[in-house]
Unconditional design. Structure first.
Length: 134
């Protein structure tokens, strides 16, 4: 298994302009676990995968590769703004401390702190997705 996956938008299911947008790092284990939990939730979503040089979310944050200054330019250039109208970005709960700086770096987006563990995504995502359709 490769240590990292490509930085890009991954469609989980068949997302629409009202689907949730989540972000994670490009460490392959993290990607496969998070994408599997999103699939298990049965909620079509966009998963943004940020290049952290193959580091996990917390290690990437500690290394300065998963923070507001690095995530904001990726969100702007990856094309997600043309695919969704929700403008809510779910960040991993373990990186809740970047919420403020990321919100400042991404005006017009609401930064939502998601679950601390990927295993909590199936319980979180259906309720969150319902709020996007209102």
């Amino acid at each position: 298994m490769p240590l990292s996956v490509e930085e890009k938008i991954y469609d989980i299911g068949e997302p629409t302009e009202d689907s949730p947008v989540l972000i994670t790092s490009n460490w392959s284990l993290t990607y496969f676990i998070v994408s599997a939990e999103i699939e298990g939730s049965k909620v079509a979503s966009y998963l943004l995968v940020k290049d952290t040089e193959g580091l996990g979310v917390l290690t990437g944050w500690a290394a300065g590769k998963f923070n507001g200054d690095s995530i904001a330019p990726f969100v702007r250039k990856c094309g997600i703004e043309g695919r969704t109208k929700t403008r809510k970005l779910v960040i991993p709960g373990l990186t809740a401390r970047i919420r403020g700086e990321l919100g400042e770096a991404l005006p017009g987006w609401e930064i939502v702190v998601g679950p601390r563990e990927a295993s909590e995504i199936p319980a979180f995502l259906p309720g969150f997705a319902a709020t996007l359709k209102k």
